[in-house]
Write a protein that binds this ligand. Sequence first.
Ligand code: GLV
Length: 328
Amino acid sequence: MAAVFITRTVPGDAAERLRDRGHTVTVWHGEAPPPADALAAALAANDAALTMVADRISAAMLEAASRMRIVANMAVGYDNIDPAAAASVGVWVSNTPGVLAETTADFAWALLMAAARNIVASDRDTRAGGWKTWSPTAFLGPDVHGATLGIVGLGEIGQAMARRAAGFGMRVLSTSRSRKPDVEASLGCEHASLDDLLRASDFVSLHTPLTAETRRLIGSRELSLMKRSAILVNTSRGPVADQEALVEALRSGTIAGAALDVTDPEPLPVDHALFSFANVIITPHIASASFATRSRMASMAAGNILAVLEGREPPNAVNRPAAPRGLT
Ligand code: GLV
């Protein structure tokens, strides 16, 4: 039987599924991720790991962890691990596709609506005693219905955003690494270059994975192309937008606001300049945080671990070791 490390308490039946098959499960009970030395030690002492986006797993850690056979990330993104480096030392890496797109799009939509219609700012104001009268001019914002939404990255989550936009009668522009004419047509999306999308959109929502190509995809040049009335929504990864450029754009009024579920770094220090803007909403990377979805993600990660421990390929592998490690 194998030893499995779970880097945080997770919802649902993941730990139980692993224990039911006779595996020993150790859970890191801290609220914060295990520090690098504790993580390295746990990887070295276990055969499999169920990890979170906040766990940075280096190639050196995996190389030193000679028993480790799979790192099953409880996320669709896996920029916290280098899958190629893991494969080169015989370690599988898996993710959790297909189960979180709708929940994440729900949240991105909530951020878009909240930023447009001043929901967070007005709530803050009423709590502080600012509600003195009904005002014809307080908290005016742009309409969402009928506006133009620019979707950067037409993967599962971007597509789920396009479906929501249809209900609001929006024009939807999309840009993605590879054209998907059938998907675009069925969702009523107009393909556009990134620059054209940025120029024409009232709301720009980011849905790309973090890769070398998408790091700082939205920099000062891109922000300067956006409408001064536009709002940027980011539920992808913080570094997809150049945060210093974003601060500058907000300071100078180049764009009207931003709603960010992801930042760089995470957590964002409370004295960060982004927190000084009333027209910015910042949430702590919770777009997939519904009871059902987080439980499904954890269970799916456990399923990937069980597959490897039972001598099968993980169904959601994102790499392919030429010589997968066996149990020692
Ligand atoms: C969350 O950020 C994920 O990648 O699932």
